[in-house]
Write a protein that binds this ligand. Structure first.
Ligand code: ADP
Ligand code: MG
Length: 731
């Protein structure tokens, strides 16, 4: 056992679970202790400050300087008492992940050289100007100007990580355009709140606010860190660019919900322990389908907070993995041939009166409201299926979609038989049949009673990209490494726009003298018809579906850079502007960033692949080939020609195969490098990304195919890169 690979495998096998000492307390006793939440605010802020701040948070108003000063003073006291020495504005640039720049609280009391004191003013809390020149802005912010600023989002509570007070902020250019995910997300939440509240008031005038809820399910892989270190492709790209399938992978389905390996169990406990300190309601943990794949999910919450918590959890997961001798893979498709990782976004709307708008109700009024929302969502998703797909599309996620239990790259909606039946019945009935006004009991719905509990697991379609699951929609196409905001702001925006249109249509009918119920019913009936093409409960992988989807006019584009085009078509611009989420300039700028990011990802992968084949794969294959040649040569020394030829037949066949494969690998790699050179000369981001997609990326699989074949024939002792069977089954 000569090479690093064997040492890494040996070490990994020897590793024991790290003991995590569970706190001697109930979870509820330390839950949220690192967060400046309501409980802490009441302790550290005056009653008056609390009152004004609460109003600011609830109404989404801006913060004035005096209030900011009061809040900053309380926050500083709390932070210092809890060990913080630094603070940072914590924001979500378009790079995915979060960004922070730490500053210490210290300031000179007066002139330089005088004693230092801890300072934290309202000005520092409310706004900061990070040297943001290197964050992607799609040309909005000239790099030399570097003028962007971050501003506190008071609806996201501040928290402490290690010694640093983190203040969730939006990140905006000086001319007001969003350079981040949080700004448009907040705008979309506002839009859907406004539009949905108005629709709710048809049914219950006491509704004053509608919340968007998100419950994410985070899938991930864990790899032993020693093995990870010997795979440059994992280190540099987050995924394996080569590796033959393991003889055993997920076909026995013995991993899903199986007993969690002890080293992993300890890791999960540790994440939960950390997460609870941040008030993240982590609820579920289990093995996923692929070997070494796992999932965790919290209890759902208000979308803005849930997004922050997901980002925080991803960073906790990364850090904690190191304590346990693991590396965390959040890439959507780290391994070919087995499941990739998604982040199902369970999404719903709910009122301030406690009604879930996607939960079938107990009364006919509630059920009409439920159907109203389901149907409007259906139509919104239908009209904007391309946009929704663009919102989840990345270079990484493209590898995941369309295989191994991931949804296909065509957006459709799964409703299940019960809701489908209700909609079919509604479509077939007249308003007189559907809405029966009973003089004594009020309104009756002449449709089949919607069962209260729809959470029937048999009626689930695991590969549907957008599925109704009883009291929410599950958007399953979202990728594991993504910032959920991209999907959530798009979904909330299209639903808001749709609800506005719905209200207009209903009001017009009412103005013409129709009763409110009948007007609603009649509009819904049209919508049910119109949105039919988006409903699909069958197998999303079949070729028939692809053909059918195309016939139905659903977006079937598969090229990632081309998919982004939909963001800037006239309908999307109109939609986003009408709900106040993006300006045209912002949409164009963000697409520039998307194309640039795409190009860079493919470019890095191409380079890593080229390096690996030239300095790992080919040299190893030649070494083995030379051993075989040596053997053949010796055969001819010992035996007569005829016998030697017979005895070395196997050797010669392998020698030839190696030569052939090496020559293909070499010529394809050279061609890939040439293709890259051509692409690199293109200035325009969109054209460049398309060139990378069309001309560079196709080489990846062609090269890999031959590398994986070599892995099968070359002496295992010589092979330097850990194989799938080791990466995935050693823990
Ligand atoms: P699954 O069976 O889909 O794997 P999980 O229990 O892993 O379900 O995750 C489901 C997620 O959906 C959880 O985060 C849960 O809190 C969330 N969820 C449940 N009800 C709602 C709802 N009404 N709105 C949004 N999210 C919800
Ligand atoms: Mg789950």
């Amino acid at each position: 056992m000569s090479n690093l690979r064997f040492k890494a495998v040996e070490e990994a096998f020897k590793k024991k679970a790290v003991q995590v000492s569970a706190p001697d307390q109930l979870t509820s006793a330390y839950y949220g202790k690192n967060v400046f939440n309501k409980k802490q605010m009441t302790k550290y802020l005056s009653k008056e400050t609390m009152k004004v701040l609460t109003a600011v948070i609830e109404k989404g108003e801006t913060l004035d300087r005096e209030l900011a000063n009061h809040v900053a003073a309380g926050m500083k006291m709390w932070a210092i008492e809890n060990g913080a020495t630094h603070y940072t504005h914590w924001f979500q640039p378009l790079t995915e992940g979060t960004a922070e720049k730490h500053d210490s609280f210290i300031e000179y009391a007066s002139i330089p050289g005088s004693p230092v004191i801890e300072e934290f003013s309202g000005k520092l809390l409310a706004q900061q100007e990070p040297d943001a020149s290197s964050f992607p802005s799609g040309g909005i912010r000239n790099t030399f100007e570097a003028r962007g600023y971050t501003a506190w989002d008071p609806s996201s509570p501040a928290f402490i990580v290690d010694d640093t007070l983190c203040i969730p902020t939006v990140f905006i250019s000086y001319t007001g355009e969003a350079l981040d995910y949080k700004t448009p997300l907040l705008k979309s939440l506002n839009a859907v709140d406004k539009a949905a509240t108005e629709v709710c008031q048809y049914f219950d005038p006491s509704v004053k606010k509608v919340f968007s809820y998100l419950g994410w399910e985070q899938e991930y892989f864990l790899i032993d860190e020693g093995l990870y270190a010997t795979r440059p492709d994992l280190v540099l790209t987050g995924r394996t660019l080569m590796g033959h399938e393991s003889a055993k992978n997920q076909q026995l389905e013995d991993h899903y919900f199986g007993s969690v390996p002890t080293r992993v169990q300890a890791y999960m406990k540790d994440i939960e322990f950390e997460g609870y300190k941040y008030g993240i309601p982590l609820k579920t943990r289990h093995n996923e389908v692929a070997p070494n794949q796992f999932e965790l999910a919290p209890i759902f919450g208000e979308t803005n907070l849930a997004v922050d918590q997901n980002l925080l959890v991803m960073s906790i997961m990364k850090k904690v993995a190191r304590r346990h001798g693991f590396r965390l893979l959040l890439h959507e498709k780290p391994f070919a041939g087995i499941n990739g990782s998604g982040k199902h976004n369970n999404w719903s709307l709910g009122t301030d009166t406690g009604v879930g708008l996607l939960t079938p109700g107990k009364t006919p009024e509630e059920n009409l409201q439920f159907i109203t929302f389901v149907v409007n969502i259906l139509l919104a998703v239908y009209k904007n299926n391309a946009l929704l797909k663009a919102s989840i599309m990345t270079a990484q996620n493209a590898h995941r979609l369309g295989a191994n239990e991931a949804p296909p790259a065509i957006i459709s909606v799964f409703l299940g038989t019960q809701i489908s039946t209700v909609l079919d019945k509604l479509e077939a009935s007249t308003s007189e049949q559907a809405i029966i006004m009973d003089p004594k009991q009020g309104m009756k719905l002449g449709i089949a009673k919607i069962p209260e509990v729809l959470l029937d697991n048999t009626d689930r379609n695991r590969t549907s990209p957008f599925a109704f699951t009883g009291n929410r929609f599950e958007f399953r196409a979202v990728g594991s490494s993504a910032n959920c905001s991209s999907a959530m702001l798009t979904l909330n925006s299209i639903v808001a726009a749709q609800l506005i249109e719905f209200k207009k249509a209903v009001d017009a009918k009412i103005a013409k003298g129709e009763s409110k119920e009948k007007a609603i019913f009649n509009v819904l009936k049209e919508y049910i018809k119109e949105s039919k093409p988006i409903r699909f409960d069958g197998n999303g992988y079949s070729d028939e579906w692809k053909k059918e989807a195309e016939k139905r006019g659903l977006d079937c584009e598969t090229s990632v850079p081309v998919i982004f085009d939909v963001y800037t078509n006239p309908e999307s611009i109109k939609l986003f502007e009408s709900v106040g989420v993006f300006s045209e300039r912002e949409l164009h700028a963000r697409n520039e960033v998307k194309w640039e990011t795409y190009t860079k990802k493919i470019q890095i992968e191409a380079r890593v692949l080229g390096d690996l084949v030239m300095n790992h794969i080919i040299p190893i294959a030649i070494k083995y080939q030379s051993e075989l040649l040596d053997n053949v040569y010796k055969m001819y020394q010992v035996y007569d020609k005829e016998q030697a030829a017979k005895l070395s037949a196997y050797d010669t066949s392998i020698i030839e195969e190696i030569s052939e494969r090496i020559s293909v690998i070499k010529s394809k790699t050279e061609a890939m490098v040439e293709a890259r050179k051509v692409a690199n000369k293109i200035e325009e981001e969109r054209a460049k990304a398309i060139e990378y997609h069309d001309k560079v990326q196709p080489y990846f699989d062609e090269i890999r195919y031959h590398v994986d074949k070599l892995e099968l024939i070359v002496d295992d002792e010589l092979w330097t890169l850990p194989k799938y069977r080791e990466l995935l089954f050693v823990r």
